[in-house]
Design a protein around this ligand. Structure first.
Ligand code: DAK
Length: 256
């Protein structure tokens, strides 16, 4: 069975649906591989300018597949090379919007945090319950959660395995927008569609600089920003956009 479904519902937007509803979309090794293949292929697909990733109404994803991990040794875990699967997502320069309904736990919460924007349904729940299984997050949970919501709220979740509601996650800065449960995917697609209408090179540079800059000292990050900003003055889309503004027309971007 295909564990990740790709839908193209609107121009330039790809929708990836995790498809293991019977296992609350637990991230099996097969699913992680399929996800990686989709991201690698969408990354170099010029017809895709934004990616929405979602699960179903009960679960975005309930984490790594515990049944598949239960008997694994450290060597087997390492041999899986799971970091390559996650890198395909984190290194994708197309904006990624996570549309979260239901549970986003463990690797599921980490997957949502690989998104640039997180849209959550009112009933969504976020958490890193790995500690209860005697393990810990391994796909960025201790780092991305702490950087998103701060040490004290993150530590409470990481050390107790407690969950956060969508409203709490929004207040803490983990979620971009909370909407009624049945509007989550449409809201995410609407954001993706707005982004897809922007000049793609500008979008890619903004994503690259915003994310890379977060890990740099401010001076270096500002330098990176300036260089990228200068670079965009050389694009065809900058000329198209500024001319359209002056002539009061709607621009159509070339992606060059
Ligand atoms: N893995 C496998 N199966 C799962 C699952 C999971 N994470 N979550 C749910 N399922 C399965 C259940 O076993 C059940 O299967 P059957 O019994 O029907 O065969 C089915 O999905 C329905 O689950 P429930 O009956 O429990 O459904 P409920 O709606 O009552 O509860 C729940 C939903 C999500 C609250 C509950 O299922 C639950 O607590 N699930 C486990 C959540 C969890 O602990 N997640 C963290 C997993 S550990 C690493 C990278 C990443 C990671 C580790 C290392 N490296 C690179 C080193 C990540 C680790 C994790 O994510």
């Amino acid at each position: 069975m295909t564990t990740v479904l790709l839908e193209r519902k609107m121009p330039h937007v790809a929708l990836l649906r995790l498809n293991r509803p019977e296992a609350r979309n637990a991230l099996s090794p097969e699913l992680r591989l399929e996800l990686r293949e989709h991201f690698l292929s969408l990354s170099c697909d010029d017809t895709c300018r934004a990616i929405v990733i979602t699960g179903d109404m009960r679960a975005f994803a309930a984490g790594a597949d515990i049944k598949a991990m239960a008997d694994m040794t450290p060597a087997q875990m390492m041999a899986q090379g799971d970091e390559q699967n996650w890198a395909a997502i984190s290194q994708c320069l197309k904006p990624v919007i996570a549309a979260v309904n239901g549970y986003a736990l463990g690797g599921g919460c980490e997957l949502a945090m690989h998104g640039d924007i997180i849209v959550a349904g009112e009933s969504a729940k976020f958490g890193q319950p790995e500690v209860r299984l005697g393990i810990m997050p391994g796909a960025g949970g201790t780092q991305r959660l702490t950087r998103s919501i701060g040490k004290y709220r993150a530590m409470k979740m990481l050390l107790t395995g407690s969950t956060m509601s969508a409203t709490e996650a929004h207040a803490a800065g983990l979620v971009s927008e909370v909407v009624p449960d049945d509007e989550v995917v449409d809201a995410a697609l609407a954001i993706a569609s707005r982004i897809a209408a922007m000049p793609p090179l500008a979008v890619a540079e903004i994503k690259r600089v915003a994310l890379s800059g977060m890990d740099l000292p401010l001076d270096a990050a500002l330098m990176l920003e300036r260089r990228a900003a200068y670079l965009l003055f050389g694009t065809e889309d900058k000329t198209i956009a500024m001319r359209a503004f002056v002539e009061k027309k709607t621009p159509t971007f070339s992606g060059r």
